[in-house]
Design a protein around this ligand. Structure first.
Ligand code: AP5
Length: 269
């Protein structure tokens, strides 16, 4: 099986518990379990895509779940989802209880043998605590939490030019990362669209929400010994080249720790 055949399809994540992924990647001995933190537009989705191509861990974006729900008909949307989409359009954070219900419903994705790259979740302290309790309960340790950092003026320029594929969710930028054919996706020929929350008034609200609710998680994960800080300046490939060695170093030390613990257990037995 080639690496591409093994690429996760994200169906269970995007469409919920009743949907099944066609391919469940055969995970490595120690699956990658990564969280990407960073302001809106810093490039988390772009990096998640590059990391996914290399590590195979599934790209789990809460924003993508909301956007997938927005494409369903009015009858298919639950009242909670309709309410969530209204928050999203304004650029505000969706209430914690709605987000957590949605993530819990997709709990199998967090157990996936292929691992995961969480993008856009957790975004508040309450979400981070819920996630920690969920993972601890089942002994699912995180590999690392990557925090991407970029000046606000560059963030606004990235968001203003973003275009997303309505079918496969691939992300482009009108000048920095244009598609080969205008307004069509290079991968699946899907139509590219501009997100509703990339309007200037929503961008301002999103940046404020990030500073108020999400930025404090940097300290939360630093204290947990999981934080890796990476500058998000330069091209996506340059940022990726800075991220990967940091992740590999962390994973190697987790691997050594695990081997040491199993050796200790063997000796005690
Ligand atoms: P979500 O979809 O998570 O959006 P976000 O966090 O605001 O992040 P973005 O997707 O806007 O940006 P990104 O960092 O992924 O950047 P990207 O790679 O696309 O959330 C949307 C909304 O859903 C929230 O506002 C909230 O309402 C709700 N929500 C979701 N999760 C929630 C939660 N847990 N709790 C509560 N509410 C929640 O890149 C941006 C652009 O820059 C692209 O055009 C890209 O091509 C370009 N680009 C990327 N890298 C570079 C580079 N190095 N150089 C130049 N251009 C680049």
């Amino acid at each position: 099986m080639s690496v591409m055949d093994n690429k996760p399809t994200r169906v269970a994540w995007l469409h919920g518990a009743s949907a099944r992924c066609e391919t469940i990647p055969k995970g490595p001995f120690l699956p990658w379990r990564i969280i990407l933190l960073g302001a809106p537009g810093v490039g988390k989705g772009t990096q998640a895509d590059l990391l996914n191509a290399r590590l195979l861990a599934c790209h789990l974006s809460t924003g993508d779940v909301f956007r997938a729900a927005a494409t369903r008909s009015d009858d298919e949307q639950t009242p909670a989802m309709k309410e969530a989409l209204a928050y999203m359009r304004r650029g505000e954070l969706v209430p914690d209880s709605t987000v957590w219900d949605m993530v819990q419903e997709r709990g199998a994705c967090l157990h996936c043998a292929g691992g995961f790259i969480l993008d856009g979740f957790p975004r508040t302290r309450a979400q981070a605590v819920s996630l920690k309790q969920f993972l601890d309960k089942d002994g699912l340790g995180l590999t690392a939490v990557v925090s991407y950092e970029l000046p606000a003026c560059e963030i606004v320029a990235r968001l203003g030019g973003r275009r997303t594929c309505e079918t496969c969710k691939a992300v482009y930028h009108t000048t920095e990362r244009p598609s080969k054919v205008e307004a069509r996706c290079d991968r699946c020929d899907g139509k590219l669209f501009q997100r509703e929350d990339d309007r200037p008034e929503s961008i301002e609200v999103r940046l404020e929400a990030y500073e108020r609710s999400t930025a404090p998680l940097i300290e939360f994960y630093r204290k947990a010994g999981l934080l890796v800080q990476v500058s998000a300046t330069g091209t996506p490939e340059e940022i990726y080249d800075r991220t990967l060695p940091e992740l590999e170093t962390r994973r190697l030390s987790l691997f050594a720790e695990r081997m040491w613990m199993s050796e200790e257990n063997r000796r005690d037995a």
